[in-house]
Ligand binder design. Structure first.
Ligand code: ZN
Length: 144
């Protein structure tokens, strides 16, 4: 099947603050074989902080950010005058493209959706997407 993000040009580039890629990968590996998830704070096209959250679905094929974690992080961000910039999750055994469920449950049109694939655990792949009204567009990921 694949998604629109498999092809086509990038619609932009996001920049990860130093250490973020590693933090997300570490969280993904720690939660394996379950999907891992988390939230990102940032501004503009730059991701500045990663907040690992629990996957309330405790599933290897889908995620649901733990409602308490979501509330806690959202309030923390609001206190700091920030909003949820991005939503991270892992695909423990499949490519880093949004699943149909990911697309259906993408409720934040202004957020970046980051997916880390551990299909090859030695070489995790991180990709980023915008998901708006069921349509996905890939965003290039820069920085480590
Ligand atoms: Zn997914």
């Amino acid at each position: 099947m694949g998604g629109a993000g498999d092809d086509g040009p990038f619609v932009g580039t996001i920049q990860l603050a130093p250490g973020l890629r590693e933090a997300m990968t570490r969280h993904a590996l720690a939660e394996r074989p379950l999907e891992a998830c988390g939230l990102l704070a940032g501004s503009g096209a730059r991701a500045e902080a990663f907040y690992p959250t629990r996957n309330a679905a405790k599933s290897p094929v889908r995620y649901e950010i733990d409602p308490q974690d979501l509330l806690r992080v959202t309030m923390e961000l609001e206190d700091a005058g920030r909003e949820v910039w991005g939503i991270f999750h892992s695909h423990p055994a499949t490519p880093a493209t949004p699943s149909q469920t990911d697309i259906r449950l993408a409720f934040y049109p202004s957020a970046y959706y980051l997916i880390c694939s551990l299909a090859d655990p030695v070489r995790p792949v991180l990709r980023a997407f915008r998901i708006v009204d069921g349509r996905i567009a890939e965003v290039e990921v820069a920085g480590d």
